[in-house]
Design a protein around this ligand. Structure first.
Ligand code: PEP
Ligand code: MG
Length: 568
């Protein structure tokens, strides 16, 4: 049994599907038969094209047109006549093996494209690398794993899954995933929760311990992976999985209930979403709104910066579907572990502390203004609230708000209908902002605490690192104090304070956060009903006392013990 971090709840039993991209060593052979070598190459090329077409066909309906365009770019590389004739010439003139010829030809193209200034052209180098690797695998008879081609129930085992890998997982067959890297708040973990796929991340050695086809039990409640268990264990976990499913089913009676304590204190339980399609899950799980729409996925799943019109359509879809419930949209939070292939950012030693989020948007106002215009136009279709990520100083907030006001005034002057009460708030995810919350609250309309980052910055512990995961302590009294400062700062100025970090959806955290006075809890849609059950079962006055005591504790363990003693 291997241990990791439970990232998306559930229990699942299925065969392992290993996602491997083995490095191939190409050796030069001479004296080969040119005709036979070229035939071998053509055969592999044909298989490669068939693969790409199959992957594309399997993705139609699940991916947007822009995402599908990746496969067209790959087909173009595979169908390039120049590359084919260069391989043929090399086989004929030098009598070398075709994999060596292909490797040489492809490497020439890759270095040429990589040396160009144009980012789009540099991206083509990645396409060539991808496609030629596939052809080489076919020449050498190496099995190729492809997530979108999975056609039987599987647990995907990988070193890592990028957010776009996760987006390509077919929910029908992907019953879970287990990765070597990542933490609870890595973006693949967040995606797994929004797709409702059980996931355990940060499992050391999972790639060397698990073989393709092994029977696996993934316990994503405890964070465990069992390899080739015996029959009795399988039966035991089958029961656990059934019980978990029944529990989830039973929670559905709370779908339309209020999120209200036994003594009448109401809070708002809302959802985090990544794409407009996630809205269905929010409604199905009784979400009272959207507390965080991470707009960066709109940018990450595209080949170029999304236009104002494309963004407008996406935002409008969410606002209309949720209307009249509130939708908090976060402006672009790119950087850190979220990169855009078409927007190069100079390498940095510490990308999480670098050029990202609002810092990038204030530097690239063209990108920022386009997004704000799309948002302001969409505000006519629902209850829009906008927030800026990674605000560290009042100066940044003022500058961002000024750009918003300018674009709003321009649109009004152009005769565009805009919502008349768009709130403009900020995320509190940098300790400096939490400490100065009372000042920020004079100017921001609301706060949303981003604990995923607030904890990593306060504890100086990378949220992606499994090695320092022990320091990632939501219940550390220092974090509770920062949260209290933020909430009190907001309330002093009559503003509301929410939380959209993963902590907001943790059943153990809800009681203490409620006691601290948090007004809005934003979480994965699938966590809402369980959170409502907690909210409905506690007494607000008691939670206030619990929170006071928690603030006096010295360690996270003490806080957790206190919560477990108080909230049964
Ligand atoms: C956070 O930092 O808590 C947050 C919600 O933002 P993200 O996870 O997207 O960084
Ligand atoms: Mg963040």
């Amino acid at each position: 049994m291997l241990k990791g971090i439970a990232a998306s709840s559930g229990i699942t039993i299925a065969k392992a599907y290993k996602l491997e991209t083995p490095e191939v060593k190409i050796e030069k052979k001479t004296g080969c038969d040119p005709a036979a070598e070229f035939a071998r190459f053509k055969n592999a090329l044909k298989k490669c094209k068939e693969d790409i077409q199959k992957i594309k066909d399997a993705a139609v309906g699940r991916l947007s047109d822009e995402e599908l365009a990746i496969f067209d770019a790959h087909l173009m590389v595979a169908e390039d006549p120049a590359m084919e004739s260069e391989v043929q010439n090399m086989c004929e003139n030098e009598k070398v093996n075709c994999d060596y010829a292909l490797d040489t030809v492809a490497n020439n193209y890759i270095s040429m494209f990589e040396s160009l200034d144009d980012e789009y052209m540099r991206e083509r180098a990645a396409d060539i690398r991808d496609v030629t690797r596939r052809i080489k695998y076919h020449i050498l008879g190496i099995d190729i794993a492809d997530l979108s081609l999975i056609n039987e129930e599987s647990i995907v085992v990988a070193h890592d899954l990028t957010p776009s890998d996760t987006a390509q997982l077919n929910k029908q067959y992907t019953k879970g995933f287990a990765t070597e890297v990542g933490g609870r708040t890595s973006h693949s973990a967040i995606m797994a929760r929004s797709l409702e796929i059980p996931a355990v991340v940060g499992i050391e050695h999972v790639m060397s311990e698990v073989k393709h086809g092994d029977l696996l039990i993934l316990d994503a409640i405890k964070g465990e992976l069992l390899i080739n268990p015996d029959q009795a264990t399988v039966a035991e976990y089958q029961k656990k999985a059934d019980a978990y499913r029944e529990e989830v089913e039973a929670l559905k009676v709370l779908k339309d209930a209020k999120s209200c304590t036994t003594d009448g204190h109401e809070v708002l339980l809302v959802a985090n979403i990544g794409t407009p399609n996630d809205v269905d899950g929010v409604i199905a799980n009784g979400g009272e709104g959207v507390g965080l729409y991470r707009t960066e996925f709109l940018y990450m799943n595209a080949q170029a910066l999304p236009t104002e019109e494309e963004q407008f359509e996406a935002y409008k879809k969410v606002l209309e579907a949720m209307n009249p419930k509130p939708v908090v949209v976060r402006t672009l939070d790119i950087g850190g572990d979220k990169k855009l292939p078409y927007l190069p950012i100079d390498p940095e030693m510490n990308p999480f502390l670098g050029y990202r989020a609002i810092r990038l948007c204030l530097d690239r106002k063209d990108i920022f203004r386009t997004q704000l215009r799309a948002l302001i136009r969409a505000s006519a279709f629902g209850k829009l609230e906008i927030m800026f990520p990674m605000i560290a100083t009042l100066g940044e907030f003022r500058e961002a708000r000024k750009v918003f006001e300018e674009e709003k005034a321009k649109l009004i002057a152009e005769g565009v209908k805009v919502g008349d009460d768009i709130e403009v708030g900020m995320m509190v995810e940098i300790p400096a902002a939490a400490v100065l919350a009372d000042q920020f609250a004079k100017e921001a309309d609301f706060f949303s605490i981003g604990t995923n980052d607030l904890i990593q910055y306060s504890m100086a512990a990378d949220r992606m690192s499994e090695k320092v995961a022990y320091l990632y302590q939501p219940f550390n009294p220092s974090i509770l104090k920062l949260i209290k400062m933020t909430i009190d700062g907001a309330h002093k100025e009559g503003k509301w304070c929410g939380m959209c970090g993963e902590m907001a959806g943790e059943p153990d955290a809800i009681s203490v956060l409620m006691g601290l006075g948090l007004d809005e809890f934003s979480m994965s849609a699938t966590s809402i009903l369980r959170a409502r059950k907690v909210a409905n079962s506690v007494c607000y006055e008691d939670m206030k006392k619990l929170a006071d005591k928690a603030l006096q504790c010295c360690t996270a363990e003490e806080v957790l013990d206190l919560i477990h003693e108080t909230v049964k």
